[in-house]
Design a protein around this ligand. Sequence first.
Ligand code: KG4
Ligand code: ZN
Length: 336
Amino acid sequence: MAIILGIESSCDDTSAAVIKDGILLSNIIANQSVHEFYGGVIPELASRAHQQNIIPVVSMAIKKAEIEKNEISAIAFTRGPGLMGSLLVGVSFAKGFAKALNIPMVEVNHLQGHILAHFVDEKDKKNPHPEFPFLCLLVSGGHTQLVVVNDYLNFEIIGKTVDDAAGEAFDKCAKVMGLPYPGGPVVDRLAKEGNPDAFAFAHPVVGGLDYSFSGLKTSFLYFLRDRIAENPDFIEKNRADLCASLQNSIIRILLKNLIKASEQTKIKEIAISGGVSANSGLRSAVADEGKRRGWNVYLPQLKFTTDNAAMIAITGYFKYLNSQTCGYDVSPMARM
Ligand code: KG4
Ligand code: ZN
């Protein structure tokens, strides 16, 4: 039997989760509303909020899991990538707690966590697990990657963004439209009322399976600048169409290389992960494409798309079973 406590503090969510033999017993997430006011994550404020949240969040995760802390087998924590100040809080807490309980620590790569979120099962719900090897489109606020997953702990990145991540494209364009942070979920909601073909924006040209979103962002910005010069109320009058068209552009860009990657690798087990995998348009576009191409498509439950510690605990669980623990002298890595 293995009970893993997972801790996630890479960006602006403080989260702790308990997994027992692969089954999720608790997953507590404290969001930080302080950043909304600034329209983006302020690292200094994020680390302070983690510092305030970490003990209550971990206590609640242990309580909700109905376990005693001395039953925990190991502590899995996000080592990176992420904001250094934020990571330091989680890593330092994990060290102190692991040392006090005299149990091993397991370092987890946040991105690996997003991908392995597909393997979290719940007491009353067994989620469909992709079969190896599968192809995962990992789309978050900081990363956009195409990954061949050969095994729980064997990954191969075959494509990645050369500039902005897909989530960044959503958030930055939303900010230009005066929408609150994070913009992704707001654009998703407004897009439902709009016409996805109302406006066309630049699609980038990059080689191989790589992505680029900075051209789209610039094209969106210049398009708005020109329209606002003609009509100062342009954004207000066209908000839903702008959101639908922007979302459609991002989805088309993401799908193009996903299709190419599936053709090149001949892999038809297709998963999506990360915060942007919560996007309703992307989810239905991947599902529709899957029907056309005979893919088995895996869409994570919404609660496992954005940052959470369940994904860190499950990754820690697989690493623990594989004896991949680390020393108490471990330090966070902003870039991994
Ligand atoms: O995975 P995540 O929580 O954090 C990182 O590791 O970056 O992803 C956050 C990103 C943000 O850019 C946010 O706008 C985006 O995920 N996001 C969405 C949606 N929900 C979250 N983007 C589009 N549609 C959504 N429904
Ligand atoms: Zn993330």
